[in-house]
Design a protein around this ligand. Structure first.
Ligand SMILES: Cc1cc2nc3c(=O)[nH]c(=O)nc-3n(C[C@H](O)[C@H](O)[C@H](O)COP(=O)(O)OP(=O)(O)OC[C@H]3O[C@@H](n4cnc5c(N)ncnc54)[C@H](O)[C@@H]3O)c2cc1C
Length: 399
């Protein structure tokens, strides 16, 4: 077959180039409404056979599990590798080279603008390309693009789920579990979970998103470089609560946009940050909260605005997350040290759920929608597994 891969950016823009933790345990990264364990594990095995990941060791898990269970919290032990931001960039470049050496034509910095269904033609900012099969995987940044495309193709979908939360940054000494388990996955009551823990050379970053009417807002995130270089002595991780709208059915993306824009309003165009010490006293953080004594480390994303997260975050989300932080502090004493910084907002859009025609994520004849943008994955390995499933569907349709 002749294969063309187009991407609007110069390199991969997602987790491959942002920390690149890869999870090899079901159901991490696999939305359960799209995946059964057997199919996911078969694809995970194919991904692992190709990448031969170095799985990170874990230790002392039983101790944390015992403490967690008493609080109704679950600790999931998973198989994970970690390449770091630099290692991920190298992997992405190697994979592109490998594709090209196998005859795939790669066109970077080319943007798809639409699809003409009657003769299956992709419209881009440069040309029109006819094809027999089309896999569309625009990721989270392409969430709005995909919704517009589905509207134009008459593909029914719902997007009623969104994850909203904080990024927590603290001294490694106050979160020593990272020496035993690089990215500990705690599941708390009320659909709150820890997500994407980074340590070593770890940093909090902000990502820019555009709302449907073109206004910009930030969501924070975290990443770490591989072991080379000087450690920051800090850890960061997200605490996210899943919100699902039922009746009246609402768009998770629109809800998230409103929260993102509201945080921008309060932060003067920047995300908010607050020290736990101030939060516990019911006070906003100020510039002074970021100097001296108990407030003893510089936040890695210093451009955020010191403020009051409780003014910006919906009450139910805040309650669930604060309860989880207290539970976490009981499992790993130190989390609620006054110096711990909470950044807001961290938003994950996962909820595009197209109605598929078959098990291979075919949404219209010859058109497959996969990856985070289409809600078939929430992580790198599940995105790959989704691509494998679509490719198998295309092969099965070959005459
Ligand atoms: C900052 C960050 C850190 C993350 N860290 C991790 C991690 O450590 N571990 C993990 O498992 N997951 C992580 N993730 C999630 C992970 O990146 C995704 O699950 C995964 O990359 C999804 O793959 P995808 O192919 O669906 O989308 P992506 O990898 O996002 O790729 C989509 C591509 O489509 C391109 N595109 C979008 N619209 C168009 C268009 N109209 N025309 C042409 N090209 C277009 C984009 O440029 C992009 O390169 C992270 C995500 C982010 C944003």
């Amino acid at each position: 077959m002749s294969i063309l891969l187009i991407d609007s950016s110069g390199t991969s823009t997602g987790g491959l180039c942002n920390d690149c933790k890869m999870n090899f345990t079901f159901p991490i990264g696999f939305p359960l409404d799209c995946w059964e364990q057997a199919a996911a594990e078969r694809s995970l095995a194919a991904v692992a056979a190709h990448l031969t990941p170095a799985i990170l060791p874990t230790q002392n898990i039983a101790m944390y599990e015992r403490r967690a269970e008493k609080l109704g919290v679950q600790l999931l032990e998973i198989r994970q590798s970690h390449l770091g931001t630099d290692g991920g960039v190298t992997l992405a470049q190697d994979l592109l080279r490998e594709l090209e050496s196998r005859g795939v034509v790669v066109s970077l910095k080319e943007t798809a603008t639409g699809v003409r269904e009657k003769d299956l033609v992709v419209l881009t900012d440069r040309r029109e390309i006819g094809c027999r099969s089309l896999i569309i995987a625009p990721g989270r940044k392409g969430f709005a693009f995909l919704q517009k495309l589905m509207d134009s193709l008459g593909i029914p979908y719902i997007d009623n789920i969104v994850d909203i939360g904080l990024r927590v940054e603290l001294r490694e000494a106050n979160y020593p579990i990272v020496h035993d388990y690089y990215d500990p996955k705690f599941l708390f009551p009320e659909k709150v979970r820890t997500f994407c823990t980074n340590s070593g050379r770890a940093f909090v970053v902000k990502e820019k998103y555009a709302s449907r009417d073109g206004r910009e807002y930030f969501s924070v995130n975290g990443h770490a470089f591989s072991k080379r270089g000087r450690a920051s002595g800090l850890v960061n991780f997200a605490l996210l609560k899943t919100v699902r709208f039922t009746a009246p059915l609402a768009s998770g993306q629109e809800f998230a946009e409103m929260l993102g824009l509201q945080a921008m309003l309060m932060g003067g165009g920047q995300p908010l940050m607050q020290r736990v010490g101030d939060f516990r006293l019911g006070k906003r953080s100020k510039a002074e909260s970021f100097t001296g004594d108990l407030y003893d480390f510089e936040p890695t994303l210093a451009s955020c605005t010191p403020g009051d997260i409780s003014l910006a975050m919906p009450a139910k989300v805040l309650r669930g997350i604060w309860k989880s932080m207290k539970a976490l502090d009981t499992i790993i004493p130190g989390v609620l040290h006054p110096s711990t910084v909470m950044y807001y907002p961290e938003i994950k859009l996962y909820g595009n759920k197209p109605r598929f025609l078959d098990d291979h994520f075919q949404a219209r004849p010859g058109i497959y929608l996969v990856g985070d943008g289409a809600g078939t994955s929430r992580g790198i390995t599940a995105a790959w597994a989704s691509g494998i499933r679509a490719a198998e569907g295309i092969l099965a349709r070959q005459p």
